[in-house]
Design a protein around this ligand. Structure first.
Ligand code: DQQ
Length: 589
């Protein structure tokens, strides 16, 4: 097993991170991992450990919890197993950052210590109270045999500590217990609470499933933040199975990227017209959302699209789960965190000693159409950009590929704009199989990156080996409008079928449709590549796909980047810029 050592951090580094020379924190006692000497062999190369995606020094992580901003510091808590690289022994890991990019690990913030969380401190959220104090609400497991779940609260011990290192659990815990027919073993993940200006009462949601297997978001109300009562009807429910990690927040219909604080949205004239309800579907392990209205009197949420619960808009069409947003008052934006699990084997996770990362935080806002959200990596990530190369006005002929040379691309940020002749839309493939037309993932499985199309597939091969026997394709494919439709259908895929020569690694194809107007012959793509993760944003953040891949050849300096076109029509790269990405401070790694 791995040995623990004590390592003192460089004061200089930490003071720099603190950004204030008068602030001195005691990091001397941080426990970090010393080199391990008895680790069993893994087929996953150590060079595939991500560089600029959030992860602790070692062990298992899952859901992001209670992201918040306090006195100049961003805080991220996360589900963490301090004892190993598989799920279990769950506590709240805690890291802090000035910029959401460089992270310092602190001691776990919340660990089992009271009867109502003795067998696990599961997911939850933070609410900023009117005096500026953050309160954390989280699920505690109080019986080991059946995973009985209740909700607890914790407050900072010392409000003047911007690092919020210690949390106390008041004696009135648990604050919410399952009663009156609520399923006690499926009752978890409280949201950030919000307060109505007219009655001064707080509301929050708890995810559950009812007796008819409908996913449910129960509403609990409180006048004093201590005693909570369940509203007669849930905020919303749908025929989907258990809802984990619900998230409910207002979005501005007025401006670009401006975020709205959850309680502020409820004060008088600034009431927001539109809300987002997101649920993490336990049965599918994906995060689905709808956009709709919040009827404050009935305490109900109504999706704009009556079929919205079944239509399944997703934050990300890849590996992205149990996400949570928070309002960042420093930059007036709403930021989305999401967990990306490994897709290697559990045995590999144990051998490499770590599992799970967080996706790059994304700014989220309402698309001008009002029909979906847009997402874009937070601007801070651009500070990691180093050496770059640019291609301009390069035509890629059918069947051609072009290598992007001059930088290392195992850890890179790539932005590319494509253009094609509008007339080539006529030659796009037909999409007349209704089963495929409504299922992006199946469609991409049937027409992957290697299957020649009319217009597309075109896009990037990332983490590719020199002779391209290993490569992960991130691409678009355009289809003629299905019968009755007017607009071309755009499919975005990540096809990792060839991402590794190792046959034992799980390599799912991920795909989503892109609701974009390409009648002008233009579409863009951005991919954040980080050794074993490829996180892509199509058409300015309309469709996002995160994939975990584990090349065996395309590692470190051997990873290459190409633009390819397997369609029958020319595609022009009007501009491609690829940057090497530097490694930030990452929890001591
Ligand atoms: N993970 C937590 C639960 C949550 C699930 C336990 C979602 O609270 O429902 O680690 O990944």
């Amino acid at each position: 097993m791995r040995a623990l050592g004590r390592v003192a951090w460089s004061w200089l580094l930490l003071l720099q991170l603190a950004g204030a020379s008068h602030v001195v924190y005691d990091y001397e006692n941080l426990e970090v991992e010393a080199a391990a000497d008895t680790v069993p062999p893994s087929i996953v190369d150590p060079l595939l450990r991500t560089g600029y995606h959030f992860q602790p020094l070692k062990n298992w992580i899952n859901d992001p919890n209670a992201p918040l901003y306090y006195k100049g510091w961003y805080h991220l808590f996360y589900q963490y197993n301090p004892k190993g690289a598989v799920w279990g022994n769950i506590v709240w890991g805690h890291s802090v950052s000035r910029d959401l990019i460089n992270w310092v690990a602190l001691k776990p913030a919340i660990e089992p210590s009271i009867a109502s969380d003795k067998y696990g401190c599961w997911s939850g959220s933070a609410t900023t109270l009117p005096d500026g104090t953050p309160a954390i609400m989280y699920t505690g497991v109080n019986r080991p045999d059946v995973n009985n779940q209740v909700q607890n609260i914790a407050y900072p011990r010392n409000k003047s500590d911007p690092l919020l290192r210690e949390w106390v659990k008041p004696t009135h815990n648990p604050i919410i217990v399952p009663r009156g027919g609520v399923n006690a073993t499926q009752f978890r993940d409280p949201t950030t609470a919000w307060r109505h200006a007219d009655d001064g009462h707080w509301r929050l949601l708890i995810g559950s499933v009812d007796g008819a297997a409908r996913g449910v978001a129960y509403v609990y109300r409180s006048r004093d933040f201590k005693r909570w009562t369940r509203a007669r009807r849930p905020l919303h429910s749908a025929d989907t199975g258990m809802w984990e990690c619900p998230d409910f927040y207002p979005v501005s219909t007025a401006g670009r990227r401006v975020g709205v604080e959850t309680s502020e949205a409820e004060s008088g004239s600034s009431r927001q017209a539109k809300y987002v309800l997101k649920n993490s579907l336990d049965l599918r392990r994906y995060d689905y959302y709808t956009i709709g209205t919040y009827d404050r009197t009935a305490e109900r949420y109504v999706p704009d699209d009556p079929a919205g619960d079944e239509r399944h808009l997703r934050y990300d069409y890849g590996n992205f789960y149990a996400s949570k947003t928070f309002y960042d008052p420093a930059k007036r934006r709403r930021i989305l965190w999401g967990w990306a699990n490994e897709s290697d084997t559990a045995a590999d996770d144990v051998a490499k000693g770590w599992a799970g990362i967080q996706a790059i935080p994304r700014t989220v806002w309402l698309d001008p159409s009002g029909k979906q959200l847009l997402q874009w990596p937070i601007e801070e990530v651009e500070a990691l950009r180093g050496k770059s190369v640019t291609l301009k006005n390069r035509v890629i002929k059918p069947g051609q590929h072009v290598e992007v040379t001059g930088i290392q691309t195992a850890q890179a940020d790539v932005e590319v704009s494509f253009e094609f002749e509008v007339s080539s839309l006529v030659g796009a493939e037909a999409l007349d199989d209704p089963a495929l037309a409504s299922d992006a993932q199946r469609l991409c499985g049937a027409r992957g990156a290697a299957v020649e199309g009319g217009l597309g597939p075109f896009g990037l091969w990332v983490l590719a080996s020199a002779n391209r026997e290993e490569r992960t394709a991130v691409f678009f494919r355009v289809f003629r409008p299905a019968r009755g439709g007017d607009n071309p259908v755009v499919l975005m895929c990540t096809d990792p079928c060839k991402s590794s020569l190792d046959p034992n690694l799980y390599q799912p194809t991920f795909a989503g449709f892109v609701d974009t107007d390409i009648s002008n012959g233009k579409i863009s793509l951005r991919s954040l590549i980080d050794r074993s993760v490829v996180e892509s944003f199509g058409a300015g953040g309309k469709t996002c796909i995160l994939s975990r891949v584990y090349p065996s050849l395309a590692i470190g300096k051997n990873a290459r980047l190409y633009v390819f076109n397997n369609g029958k029509a020319d595609v022009k790269v009007t501009r491609l810029t690829a940057w090497e990405m530097k490694k930030p401070l990452m929890n001591g790694a």
